[in-house]
Design a binder for this molecule. Structure first.
Ligand SMILES: C=C(O[C@@H]1C=C(C(=O)O)C=C[C@H]1O)C(=O)O
Length: 258
């Protein structure tokens, strides 16, 4: 998707096509994570087995904040489709800014669900996509690296809800302006929900997981991302969080920059 071209960015069919492409990326990142155990020590705040200088938090957070600082310096977070997990830690880019047209509302960057995404990923998704329940310190680096790949892909997918919401807002300014002014949250949820699209996504994920997720040569039948787990992750977490982003984005849509 070309974020310098507003017409392409706000076309709902283009946005949905981009969400479909993200499915493949997320599935393959989940498959990479599925080669390792749950490794709860990666997520344990101030893990006594690890010496993270004067950092207070988990090994995953330590790696993620260091990566985001570096990525911010090559202008990752100037791109409208990227949302940092540590917005207060990122730095100015050393590369010249790209002049992205203002496509989203002035409060778009205030919609940041990454803390929730990270907690849901750790608590609900890792147990489903990991090979087994175990804590193998020899794999902490690989596990945290896979986790960051998964988290950044999930964050982009879920925060794409801002573009979906903006496209829907522009398609019916009168309806959404009324719903927003009346803070009719249920009305907004009903209006943004497209059950047919959601059902098509879940059906496609089942097929993709059956094709991508299971290694036909793996006679040991080692657990990898299964169709039912992938559908569960999208149905219970990814899609609802995307809709939460859509709703919060719309509730802020008429606000000016503070
Ligand atoms: C993303 C959209 O908005 C909602 C969220 C969806 C999702 O997260 O996959 C799918 C359909 C809608 O209920 C959309 O309309 O395409």
């Amino acid at each position: 998707m070309d974020f310098t071209n507003p017409a392409s960015v706000l076309d709902l069919n283009n946005i949905r096509a981009e969400l479909v492409k993200m499915e493949d990326s997320i599935i393959f990142k989940f498959i990479e994570r599925s080669h390792f155990a749950t490794c709860p020590g990666v997520y344990t705040p101030n893990n006594a087995h690890l010496h993270l200088d004067d950092f207070h938090g988990s090994f995953l957070d330590w790696l993620l904040v260091h990566l985001e600082i570096t990525q911010s310096q090559i202008r990752r977070y100037t791109s409208p489709d990227q949302t940092p997990f540590f917005p207060d830690k990122i730095k100015e880019s050393i590369l010249p800014a790209i002049d992205y047209p203002q496509v989203l509302g002035p409060q778009a960057s205030a919609v940041n669900y990454n803390d929730t995404i990270k907690q849901v990923y750790i608590d609900k998704m890792v147990p489903l996509i990991s090979k087994l329940e175990d804590d193998d310190e020899n794999n902490y680096g690989s596990v945290a690296s896979c986790d960051i790949e998964c988290l950044q892909a999930l964050s982009r997918r879920i925060h794409f809800g801002k573009f979906v919401a903006e496209a829907k807002f522009r398609n019916d300014v009168e309806l959404y302006t009324d719903l927003i002014k009346r803070r009719d949250i249920q009305g907004i949820v009903t209006s943004i929900t497209n059950s047919a699209v959601e059902e098509k996504i879940l059906q496609r994920l089942t097929t993709k997981a059956e094709v991508y997720g299971v290694d036909p040569t793996n006679k040991e039948g080692e657990r990898r991302i299964t169709p039912e787990y992938l559908v569960k992750i999208y149905k219970e977490y990814v899609i609802p969080l995307t809709k939460d982003v859509e709703v919060e984005y719309l509730l802020k849509r008429l606000e000016d920059v503070e």
